[in-house]
Design a protein around this ligand. Structure first.
Ligand SMILES: [Fe+2]
Length: 318
């Protein structure tokens, strides 16, 4: 099996005005990265950017500072109340703006989607000294960050707020990655792969009850689907051979003050360098796909049924 190189598609300001219906979503469904050299929305003000860059780093407690819109919570920061309030306000405003922008650009993906997080990264990604499964500089598919996705997809809108490029190294899309490395990642080729165990079901019920009182505990929920995706994530990051093999690898440079959009659970990706960025995340129901055959859920279903995990050839635009 060949590991494919994820494609990057440039969406210039001119192109945005003449897009065909489904043009952007058809690219995203195929695991492609959409690059916006000109931001398709208003960025935070210069004053706010200076504040985030200069005043928040000393207060970071985790990899990101994140705002959770559904719970109205800010996490990953321990700062005086005025700093926390201003940070929350900027992250919230930007999440609202990204949401409005995506309603305009990819309306077919938005019914019943969930606004997940608005995150800020202010540290250099290169050599951050994080544990292996938390590192962003190793190629991976995202998995299990927001509790049980149960087949919903992780859509990320990223903004490079720095004065230098943010550099990604990408390799593979979910179907060829599962087809090639599923067994090595420990994924069983039987229907048990996507069937929730009793423990999953009982645990999920408890977590959902608990999360009504403590919203942050929602991230503890897991399903068989999420565990399978987590196995892929961990295998990719922990396999030296996978990381070193250049087949299907491409480096993509995102210019200062540019944006990009991708399903982070469909395109293998890592961040080699870059310092100051915002990452806005939305969970998209797989039922919103024009062609669900491309979704990781369907990829894993084919794999579990002993068939090829690869998606059927569907001409672009159909
Ligand atoms: Fe990621």
């Amino acid at each position: 099996m060949t590991v494919k190189t994820p494609e990057a598609i440039e969406v210039t300001a001119d192109k945005i005005n003449v897009l065909k219906p489904y043009e952007l979503t058809d690219h995203l469904e195929r695991g492609r990265v959409l690059m916006f050299p000109t931001p398709p929305l208003e960025l935070p003000s210069e004053d706010d950017l200076r504040f985030l860059k200069e005043q928040t780093p000393e207060y970071h407690t985790t990899k990101n500072i994140s705002y959770y819109p559904r719970a109205g919570l800010l996490r990953g920061i321990k700062a005086p109340p005025d700093v926390e309030q201003r940070t929350l306000g900027i992250l919230k405003d930007y999440q609202d703006r990204v949401e409005a922008c995506l309603h305009r650009l990819i309306p077919s993906f938005t019914p019943d989607w969930r606004s997940a997080t608005s995150s800020l990264r202010v540290f250099e990604e290169n050599n951050r000294g994080l544990p292996i499964r938390t590192r962003s500089d190793l190629i991976h598919l995202d998995a299990g960050t927001y509790g049980a996705a149960r087949g919903d997809l992780i859509l990320r809108f990223l903004t490079n707020l720095d004065d230098k490029d943010r550099v990604w190294r990408c390799k593979g899309t979910v179907s060829d990655l599962v087809e090639t490395f599923g067994e090595a990642a420990g994924l069983a080729r039987n229907e048990g792969l996507l069937r929730d165990s009793l423990l999953n079901r009982v645990g999920s019920g408890l977590v959902r009850g608990l999360s009504k009182v403590f919203p942050a505990t929602a991230t503890l929920e897991r399903s068989a689907y999420d565990q399978a995706m987590r196995h892929m994530h961990n295998y990719m990051k922990e396999s030296e051979e996978f990381q070193q093999d250049p087949e299907g690898v491409v480096e993509i440079c995102f210019k200062p003050r540019s944006c990009w959009l991708v399903f982070a659970d469909m395109a293998g990706h890592s961040c080699l360098s870059g310092e100051f960025a915002m990452i806005n995340t939305f969970m998209v129901p797989r039922g919103n796909f024009r062609h669900q055959e491309f979704s990781p859920w369907e990829v894993l279903s084919r794999y579990a049924a002993g068939k090829s995990a690869l998606a059927p050839e569907i001409p672009f635009g159909m």
